[in-house]
Design a protein around this ligand. Structure first.
Ligand SMILES: NC(=O)c1ccc[n+]([C@@H]2O[C@H](COP(=O)([O-])OP(=O)(O)OC[C@H]3O[C@@H](n4cnc5c(N)ncnc54)[C@H](OP(=O)(O)O)[C@@H]3O)[C@@H](O)[C@H]2O)c1
Length: 382
C-alpha cells in the first residue's frame, strides 16, 4: 500500500543512524510507537484512510434519520485491516461494522479512522466509544464532531480512557459530504432543497397554466433521482389541484425507484379523494396548514432530514421569503414563455439591495436544458 510504505520509509529515515546499535525486537517496538506518533500528527496516510472512509460512507443510504458514516481500521504499521459503513437506522454503526470483520484481539493497538465522532449513547445499537475501547483501539482520527446532543461525547469518553483522539481530519470535505444531515441536526428541521423548472425568462408555466413538461427528459430523470434521494417531497395544494401529480420517483420507463419520498401537501384546502397522490406507495401527509415551521418540525420529528420542495410558485416563494431554503435546483429550459406565471412571486424584496444573493455551486448541461445548483450566499448562511 503506497501510503503505509511512505509512513514506514519516513519513520525509517528518522532513525537510520541508530539502526546499527539496536536489536531487531527493540526496533520493531520503536517502529510501531513512531508510526503511532506520526499518525497522531495526521500523516498523508491518515488522510488517505479518511478519504477511503468517506467513500465507504457514501455506500450507505443518503436518506433516513441517521448520517452516512464510514470507518477504516489501520494496523499499527498503517495497513488497512478492516472497513465498515453504516447502512441506516437500526443497523450497526460504521465502527462496529468494521470491527466485526476482525478476530478477537486483532484490533488491539490499532487505529480507527472514522468520518464522524464515535457516538456515546445507547440508541438502536450500543455506544461506538465502548466498542472501540473493548476492541483495544489505541488511536482514533475523526473528521467532524457529532452535532447530535444525544449521541455526542464519544471523543471525550475515549480520551478519558487513554485513547489518543484527533478531530478535524479532512473536516471540510466531510462537512460538505454530510451537509444536509449536519444542517438538519443544527437547525432542528430538514435540509430544504427548492426545485423549480422554468423557461429562460423565469416562467414556471404558460399563460393557460400548462407546465408539463417545460424541461426535457434528461432534466426530468435528474429530478426523479433527486426525489429518490429525499425523505419527503413537498408541494402546495395549488399544484395538486392543477396538475394531479403522483409525486413518485420513477425511472425512464416509468417504473418506481426503490426509494420513495413521503408525499407532503402543504396548505389548508383538502385534497380530492381521487387524487393520484393517494395511490403513492407512502402515506400522504396532508398538513392542513400553511405554517412552514410547523410542517418542517413535524417532518423532522418523523425522521425526515432531506425535504425536496417542488413548488409551485406560491409555496416556493413562501419558503424563500421565510429564509427556509438551503439549496436551489433551478432547471432552465431554452424556451421563452412571457406572461405573469413566474417561478417566484413575492419574496419580500422591495428594492435591489434587499435582493437575496446566491452562490452558484454548479452549472450542469442536461440535454438542451441547464441545471443551476445554488445556495444562499455564505454571508447570509445560518
Ligand atoms: N415549473 C415548475 O417547476 C412547477 C412546479 C410545481 C407547480 N407548477 C405550476 O404551478 C401552478 C400552481 O401554482 P400555485 O402557486 O397555485 O401552486 P402551489 O404553490 O403548489 O400551491 C399554492 C397554494 O399552497 C397553499 N399554501 C401552502 N403553504 C402556503 C404558504 N406558506 N403561503 C401561501 N400559500 C400556501 C395555498 O393554498 P391553501 O388555500 O390550500 O392553503 C396556496 O394557494 C400550476 O400551473 C403548476 O403546473 C410548476
Amino acid at each position: 500500500m503506497e501510503g503505509s510504505t511512505s509512513v514506514r520509509v519516513s519513520a525509517h529515515n528518522v532513525r537510520r543512524s541508530r539502526l546499527r546499535t539496536r536489536s531487531a525486537s527493540t526496533l520493531d517496538a520503536r517502529n510501531r510507537m513512531s508510526v503511532q506518533r506520526e499518525q497522531q500528527r495526521v500523516t498523508p496516510r491518515i488522510e488517505e484512510a479518511m478519504r477511503r472512509a468517506l467513500e465507504l460512507a457514501a455506500r450507505g443510504p443518503a436518506t433516513g434519520a441517521n448520517p452516512q458514516v464510514g470507518c477504516v481500521i489501520l494496523s499499527p504499521v498503517g495497513d488497512i485491516i478492516a472497513e465498515g459503513w453504516h447502512r441506516g437506522l437500526g443497523t450497526p454503526h460504521a465502527e462496529v461494522d468494521a470491527l466485526s470483520h476482525l478476530n478477537a484481539g486483532e484490533a488491539r493497538g490499532a487505529c480507527a479512522v472514522v468520518t464522524l465522532e464515535p457516538c456515546n449513547h445507547h440508541g438502536h445499537t450500543g455506544p461506538c466509544s465502548e466498542a472501540l475501547l473493548d476492541a483495544g483501539i489505541s488511536t482514533v482520527f475523526c473528521a467532524i464532531d457529532d452535532p447530535n446532543p444525544q449521541a455526542q461525547g464519544g471523543a471525550a469518553r475515549l480520551r478519558a480512557a487513554g485513547v489518543e483522539v484527533t478531530g478535524g481530519v479532512l473536516g471540510t470535505e466531510a462537512s460538505e459530504f454530510l451537509r444536509p444531515w449536519l444542517t438538519a441536526m443544527r437547525l432542528g428541521r430538514p435540509f430544504v432543497t427548492l426545485k423549480w423548472a422554468s423557461s429562460l425568462d423565469g416562467r414556471a408555466a404558460a399563460a393557460d397554466g400548462s407546465s408539463q413538461w417545460i424541461t426535457g427528459e434528461a432534466a426530468r430523470a435528474q429530478v426523479h433521482a433527486q426525489r429518490s434521494a429525499s425523505d419527503a417531497i413537498l408541494v402546495g395544494t395549488g399544484t395538486v389541484l392543477a396538475d394531479d401529480p403522483s409525486l413518485t420517483a420513477r425511472d425512464a420507463a416509468g417504473r418506481l425507484l426503490p426509494e420513495q419520498p413521503i408525499p407532503v401537501v402543504v396548505g389548508e384546502r383538502a385534497i380530492p379523494a381521487q387524487a393520484r397522490l393517494r395511490q403513492h406507495p407512502n402515506t400522504l401527509y396532508e398538513t392542513g396548514t400553511r405554517d412552514l415551521g410547523t410542517v418542517l418540525s413535524t417532518l423532522f420529528d418523523r425522521g425526515v432530514r432531506r425535504a425536496f420542495v417542488e413548488g409551485g410558485p406560491t409555496l416556493a416563494s413562501a419558503f424563500v421569503a421565510a429564509d427556509l431554503v438551503d439549496e436551489y435546483l433551478i432547471y432552465l429550459a431554452p424556451l421563452l414563455l412571457g406572461g405573469d406565471r413566474l417561478a417566484l412571486g413575492d419574496i419580500g424584496v422591495g428594492t435591489l439591495t434587499d435582493g437575496r444573493p446566491l452562490d452558484i455551486i454548479a452549472v450542469e448541461r442536461l440535454g438542451d436544458d441547464i441545471l443551476l445548483r445554488a445556495r444562499p450566499s455564505a454571508a447570509k448562511e445560518r
